[in-house]
Write a protein that binds this ligand. Structure first.
Ligand code: 26Y
Length: 794
């Protein structure tokens, strides 16, 4: 490091080192890391200038903290520790100064961050494109057992040290207005927009691990084209003077503005278009026009949110570049690829034709024309099927909706799901009609996670043990973990592995108490369910099991039981009442158990508020049981399941999403599987015994539900929750309850055999190599993006 931290504090921050706060030291250290990155960044840009690229468009990126990640990638950890010595601050303490960068709600955003890491680490030319949102999802606090939300201004007052504004590359993005037609030889359309905002890019370096490549995440911030309306200002109408300013800025304020109002829907779709249009303009500039674009780039659409990029590129080609429809469509279809992340009908975006027409008068015409031609193909292929055209419509005037997923499929060269089961269900269900037309378009890309963050960084003790056993370098070639397999038979190694788990639990216990005032005994078996709170993920199933276990303990029915801590963490969407009730239920049960003397030392339920990447990095290395208990057919993939198994937690899970492939990889005897599979769930929903019947026929279940209903005085609303479950058990919690209880008993039995348990844990780590996001990205690079690595010397 060229300057000492003291010099940096003085010369670069303009502060006296004697008065430097911890935050100042943090900023000085970031400054020196940035310096180490900048040269590589420039070299990478030069080296990649002629190469094919991928542009990964996503409204979400959950990058987490970057200081330690970047130090590890650059092999500067020891140097940083030494530099901090004079300040008497440890690197771990300093890390706590860094806010999590979290423009994200869940798995889709974290996946995007893992992908960027794998691209750079494997020298694959690519950029991420997202939104520089002022507020991430929200900060979750628990007040009287209920979730409350407060804004999360993650950029901080002093700005985020990892970004670089690039005002010189700002682009204009237009909205509303009307379309003018002119005729000279052929019809020409011109969009006359009503208003314009500026998209200003901020670039974040993505430092490849152990290579010279540095990729880029470009985040767009919306700004007005003029700061204020001077004449309104001079007249004293300040609201009007700053109106345009406020409207522009609102585009990059929130992630997923609530869309139950018309204004909310408008903002949401305007935001999506803003990302799509700014990114397409930027790519056309970089590649010198449409030919270059198609030859040199794939635009990967991360779910439907950026799908308006398709009609935007068509508009530019038709109206600004004078291409024929056929030429424009060929280029567009060549450029785009689309990933679906969910089968849940409520997450499949559709927008009103009227709204799209108002905001994007030219794009709606283009979408209608795409649809008209698409319908012709469908009718030709299935002349006697009169239902089909309606089912596959992009613009459906009958119910006034534009179907973004249909547009994504029709406008892309490749479409993929994120785990084998998910892709199969997409092809058989949601996209069946499309699959029949274009089977070659569909493919599977099972998700992965970066081993740099999710093992090397979050579990340094285990990382050292692994390196000691099999040598270094596995974090860039995760299949090498297989070399650990023989160590599973070595009692000494297993003992050290188990010792590390215990130490990680101890660290977590200290952090939980210090940060959240929540206590648990690290000697207990740590059972975790960490993910978004959603009915399909069935946190309720685990809660019901906790109540059952408590009843058994109270009655002294089980004595030899392994003491457990059940740890939940996750956020409910602010407007998702049923999920918020689940959080209240977890708290009520957790509190209730504390009052039962026969129970409290054997079973504790805790909820860690404000789940985020930095919290996950503490919880996951300590976890011993990984709860992956979604109703089969609903979890597209899951990625927490991969992180937990890699860190040696044993999965208790359904045959859903990537659980199926994890089971295949680690071996059926090293996970515990239970419950209905996807077909079973469908059958149960259609013709299985109803929830009432299950309640009447299963005594255990009845007792559990009656107990919960009797919490009424402490937790009003619970009888409603039980009534709802008994009325409609959409996600088959009751139908899977008995099987789940048996699976939990199996977990207990296995844990009592500590040699067997630790053997399984070691084998979980050893056999998870396939779930490195490096493998996922290589598959995308070969089969979807046609990218070749372009190495950059460090
Ligand atoms: C706009 C809106 C309705 C919406 C907002 C966020 C729709 C979807 C999402 C986010 C979806 C998401 O995070 N899906 C998760 O993607 C992961 C990465 O592929 C999967 O592992 C996980 O199973 C899936 O739920």
């Amino acid at each position: 490091m060229a300057l000492t931290l003291e010099q940096r504090i003085q010369r670069r921050l303009g502060l006296s080192p004697a008065r430097a706060t911890r935050r100042d030291v943090y900023r000085a250290l970031c400054d020196s890391v940035r310096e180490a990155v900048l040269e590589r960044w420039v070299h990478t840009e030069e080296a990649w200038s002629e190469a094919r690229h991928v542009a990964y468009l996503s409204v979400e990126f959950h990058m987490g903290r970057l200081l330690k990640t970047n130090l590890l990638a650059l092999d500067l950890v020891e140097e940083a520790r030494a530099a901090l010595e004079p300040f008497g601050i440890s690197l771990d303490e300093l890390e706590e100064e860094e806010p999590d960068a979290r423009i994200a709600s869940g798995g889709l955003g974290r996946l995007a961050a893992c992908f960027l890491d794998s691209l750079a680490t494997q020298d694959l030319p690519g950029w991420g494109y997202g939104l520089r949102l002022e507020l991430g999802m929200f900060k979750q606090q628990i007040v009287d057992g209920a979730q409350t939300e407060s804004p999360d201004p993650w950029l901080g007052r002093q700005g985020w040290p990892w970004e670089r504004p690039c005002a010189q590359e700002a682009v204009e993005v237009n909205f509303a207005g009307h379309v003018e037609f002119t005729h000279n030889r052929h019809l020409h359309c011109t969009w006359k927009p009503h208003h314009t905002v500026l998209a200003v890019p901020y670039d974040i370096p993505v430092v490849g691990h152990g290579t010279g490549s540095v990729g880029t995440l470009r985040l767009w911030q919306a700004e007005p084209t003029r700061e204020l309306d001077v004449s309104a200002f001079l007249e004293g109408d300040y609201a009007q003077a700053f109106r345009e300013n406020a409207i522009a800025r609102s585009l990059t304020t929130f992630l997923y503005p609530p869309d139950h109002s018309a204004a909310g829907q408008e903002l949401r779709v305007a935001q999506q278009y803003f990302l799509a249009a700014a990114s397409v303009a930027d790519l056309l500039r970089r590649f010198g026009g449409p030919e270059g674009l198609a030859e040199r780039c794939t635009i990967q659409l991360n779910d439907t949110h950026p799908v308006l990029a398709i009609p935007e590129l068509m508009r530019i080609l038709l109206d600004e570049q004078d291409r024929t429809w056929e030429q424009a469509w060929e280029i567009t279809r060549e450029v785009f690829a689309y990933t679906n992340h969910t089968l849940l009908p409520e997450a499949l975006e559709t927008w009103s034709v009227d709204l799209i027409g108002r905001l994007f008068p030219r794009h709606i015409q283009i979408m209608e024309e795409i649809d008209r031609r698409h319908q012709q193909v469908v009718r030709k292929a299935h002349p006697s099927d009169h239902e089909r055209p309606g089912r596959v419509a992009i613009v459906d005037p009958d119910n006034d909706r534009v179907h973004m997923a249909h547009l994504g499929v029709i406008g892309s060269r490749k479409v993929n799901g994120v785990a084998a089961l998910h892709t199969r269900l997409l092809r058989e269900g949601l996209f069946r009609d499309f699959d029949e037309l274009y089977p070659e378009r569909f493919c599977n890309k099972t998700n992965g996670i970066t081993p740099r963050r999710w093992l090397l960084q979050c579990n340094p003790r285990l990382a050292s043990l692994i390196s000691e056993a099999i040598g270094e370098g596995w974090e860039r070639d995760l299949e090498r973990l297989r070399e650990l397999e023989p160590y599973a038979e070595d009692a000494g190694f297993r003992g050290r592995y188990a010792q590390i788990k215990l130490q990680n639990k101890q660290d977590l216990a200290v952090w939980c108490e210090e940060t959240h005032g929540i206590r648990f005994d690290p000697e207990t078996l740590l059972d975790v369910q960490v993910k978004r709170i959603h009915l399909y993920k069935r946190q309720l199933l685990l809660v019901l099991w906790c109540v059952r276990r408590a009843l058994q303990l109270e009655r002294g029915e089980i004595s030899e039981v392994v003491p457990r801590t059940v740890l939940f963490a996750g956020k409910a969407a602010a407007t998702y009442e049923a999920a918020k009730r689940v959080i209240r239920m977890i708290h009520a049960v957790g509190e209730g158990l504390e009052y039962l003397p026969q129970v409290k030392d054997k079973l504790r339920v805790i909820f860690i508020p404000d789940y985020k990447v930095s919290a996950a990095q503490r919880i996951i290395p300590a976890a011993e049981i990984s709860e992956q208990i979604s109703a089969a057919g609903y979890e597209a993939s899951g990625t927490g399941n991969m992180k937990l198994s890699l860190n040696g937690a044993i999965t208790i899970g359904t045959m859903d999403g990537a659980n199926i492939e994890i089971r295949e990889a680690v071996g059926a005897e090293h996970v515990v599987t239970f419950g209905l599979d996807a077909a079973g769930i469908r059958q149960q929903q259609q013709q299985g015994p109803g929830p009432r019947e299950l309640y009447e026929s299963d005594e255990t279940l009845r007792e559990v539900l009656d107990t919960i209903a009797s919490f009424e005085p402490y937790a009003p609303g619970f009888p409603d929750l039980v009534r709802e479950l008994l009325h409609e058990d959409q996600y088959c919690v009751l139908a899977d309850f008995a099987a789940y209880c048996e699976a939990q008993d199996e977990i207990d039995r296995r844990y009592l055999d500590s040699a067997g348990w630790n053997r399984s844990a070691v084998l979980n780590t050893a056999r998870m190599g396939r779930f490195s996001s490096d493998r996922t990205i290589r598959e995308y690079a070969q089969e979807v993006w046609r990218l070749e690595p372009v190495p950059v010397a460090p």
